[in-house]
Design a protein around this ligand. Structure first.
Ligand SMILES: N[C@@H](CCC(=O)N[C@@H](CS)C(=O)NCC(=O)O)C(=O)O
Length: 118
C-alpha cells in the first residue's frame, strides 16, 4: 500500500518558518482566534512538512519589546519587506508572507514523504 500523498505538486526541500515568541501554539483554533504563527505551523504539519523554526522577539503591541523586536526582525524585513511573522522561506529563497498565504502554499504543496499511519 502506498503512503505517498497524491494531491498537488509534492515539495520536499527544506523550508524555514519564522514565528513570534508565542511559537506554533494555538494553530488549531477557529480562524478568527487562531494564532497566525500557529496556524501556519499547523498547515505545514498537516501537509507533512518538517521545517526549521526561527523565533523572532517582540511584538508591535508590546512597547517594552520594541528594541529587541527591531533587532530581531531585521532579517524578516530583509526577506519579506515587512516585519510581521509568520513568513516561510523556501529552499530556492522565495518567501511566502502571512499565515493565509502559507496555509494555501502548504495545501497545494504537500510533502511527498510518507505519512505515518495513525
Ligand atoms: N495577517 C497576518 C498577521 C500576522 C501577525 O499579527 N503577526 C504578529 C505575530 S503573531 C506580528 O508579527 N505582528 C507584527 C509585529 O509584532 O511587528 C497573518 O495572518 O499572517
Amino acid at each position: 500500500m502506498s503512503t505517498q500523498r497524491s494531491c498537488g505538486p509534492a515539495y520536499d526541500d527544506p523550508v524555514v518558518l519564522y514565528v513570534c515568541p508565542s511559537g506554533t501554539s494555538f494553530g488549531g483554533l477557529p480562524a478568527p482566534i487562531a494564532h497566525p504563527c500557529g496556524r501556519a505551523a499547523k498547515a505545514l504539519d498537516d501537509a507533512g512538512h518538517s521545517y526549521e523554526r526561527k523565533t523572532v522577539k517582540g511584538g508591535a503591541m508590546k512597547f517594552w519589546t520594541w528594541p529587541a523586536r527591531a533587532r530581531d526582525r531585521v532579517e524578516v524585513e530583509r526577506l519579506s519587506g515587512q516585519r510581521a511573522v509568520p513568513i516561510l522561506v523556501l529552499d530556492d529563497g522565495s518567501v511566502i508572507t502571512g499565515s493565509g498565504a502559507i496555509v494555501r502554499w502548504a495545501e497545494t504543496n504537500p510533502s511527498a514523504a510518507p505519512v505515518a499511519a495513525s
